[in-house]
Design a protein around this ligand. Structure first.
Ligand code: DGY
Length: 410
């Protein structure tokens, strides 16, 4: 354990660029939103002041409308595509992308505040209004029947999940033009999204740029809008954590209470009776994706009891040695190597495990923690893992896998 602790701390220090932490050098050479919040949790295990700085740097890129971008391009890096020139999103104080990402920052801030209330109080007080503005942005622009929608697969963080296949197939990426991917020069292309996916990713970016990343204009016609369990469950959780921060600071939290009620009702609209599980729902067509994903199991993390999900969880986790697979191993679309179409991701395991424990399912939580610790001990701090063999995949020396080790798995 001592050796792995050292390795994890060295990964965080090594990816630190002064105030923000790269997910991994090469493949992701900027500050990513949810990666950064997990980095903060990792730093909090051994350097609390540095952990607060990570979140403060993230919020230094907040847009005037409250949105916190999914990438902050602090310093140009030709090794990444699409860079700031492609996004053309100049609405914020720092060059950035034009979309957001699952809001895990409030949950990190709450954990950090509770670990040291005296030292954390001023830092949390500084972040509170910014977190509130970001969460309000989701409530203003991203709801469909109370569930939180993504407007781009990158917004969910689960880029090529089968959850979006139907919505992506409906897009004709006409005029997307020639471009050179950089991800596949860092990582085996079999572990990354396909060209069909990338054409649509870039086409959606070009469209946002044309519309000046103006949420009202983009809502007039929505080629891609999917109510997503990742976003819905994580925002619901984050609202509860933000409320706890507000209460600790003596702030009025009535607005947050209302958001929680809305999101609780919205979460129910993601329950697909035919599938017997929480699922993604296309807001344009009303159709479910019919996908059990690791995000389906974030229901407990969101504070829901969801007893009906336990049997689904038991089936999916029994189907491979290193759960939780990002897509159902019994589905024809399951691919144990390709990014979000099968591989196991440490951050999902950590959130699922935390939720299971909080809902009283201690044995399942402990089993998941232990298997995640084994995975990292046996196969290193990879970006993600083959759920069948445990083989490491994607980027190496990965910040959020190091953070998962330090905060939960060890
Ligand atoms: C990428 O570049 O693969 C990222 O997932 C986009 O956020």
């Amino acid at each position: 354990i001592g050796k792995l602790d050292d390795e994890a701390r060295n990964i965080l220090r090594g990816n630190d660029r002064g105030g923000y932490t790269l997910p991994t050098a090469g493949l992701y050479p900027y500050q990513w939103n949810w990666d950064s919040a997990f980095a903060a949790r990792g730093f909090a295990a051994f350097d609390a002041p540095r952990a607060w700085v990570e979140l403060e740097t993230l919020f230094s890129g907040q847009w005037p409308n409250g949105m916190v971008p999914h990438i902050l391009f602090h310093k140009p890096d030709p090794g990444y595509f699409p860079g700031p020139d492609v996004w053309g999103a100049d609405l914020g104080p720092i060059a950035s992308s034009g979309i957001s990402q699952p809001p895990v920052a409030a949950s990190a801030a709450r954990a950090m505040l509770e670990a040291d209330p005296a030292a954390g109080r001023d830092r949390a007080a500084g972040l509170f209004p910014k977190l509130l503005a970001w969460h309000r942005w989701f409530m203003d622009w991203r709801l469909d029947r109370g569930a939180v929608c993504i407007t781009h697969p990158w917004e969910a963080g689960r880029d090529n999940a089968p959850d979006w296949d139907g919505a992506m197939a409906a897009i004709d990426p006409v005029g997307v033009g020639e471009y050179t991917r950089r991800d596949t020069s860092h990582v085996n292309p079999e572990m990354r999204p396909t060209k069909d996916d990338y054409d649509r990713y870039i086409w959606l970016v070009q469209r946002g740029r044309r519309l000046g990343w103006d949420e009202a204009r983009m809502l007039e016609y929505t080629p891609f809008r999917v109510a997503d369990p990742t976003m819905t469950f994580i925002l619901l959780r984050a609202q509860r954590d933000l409320r706890a921060i507000g209460q600790a600071l003596g702030e009025d939290t009535a607005e947050i209470d209302g958001w929680i009620a809305t999101l609780e009702a919205g979460a129910e609209t993601l329950s697909n009776a035919r599938l017997g599980a929480f699922d993604a729902r296309d807001a344009r067509t009303g159709e479910f994706a019919d996908c059990v994903s690791s995000a389906s199991f974030l229901c407990w993390y969101a504070g829901l009891e969801a007893p009906e999900m336990l049997a689904v969880y038991d089936r999916v986790t029994a189907a491979c040695r290193y759960p939780v697979p990002s897509h159902d191993p019994d589905s024809a679309k399951f691919n144990p190597r390709r990014y979000w179409r099968g591989p196991t991701w440490g951050i999902l395991n950590m959130m699922i495990g935390q939720g299971l424990a909080e809902q009283g399912h201690e044995a399942r939580a402990e089993a998941l923690r232990r298997v995640t610790a084994d995975l990292i001990a046996e196969h290193g701090f990879a970006e993600y893992f083959d759920p069948v063999t445990g083989a490491p995949a994607g980027g190496k020396a990965f910040t959020w896998t190091a953070a998962v080790w330090l905060t939960w798995a060890r």
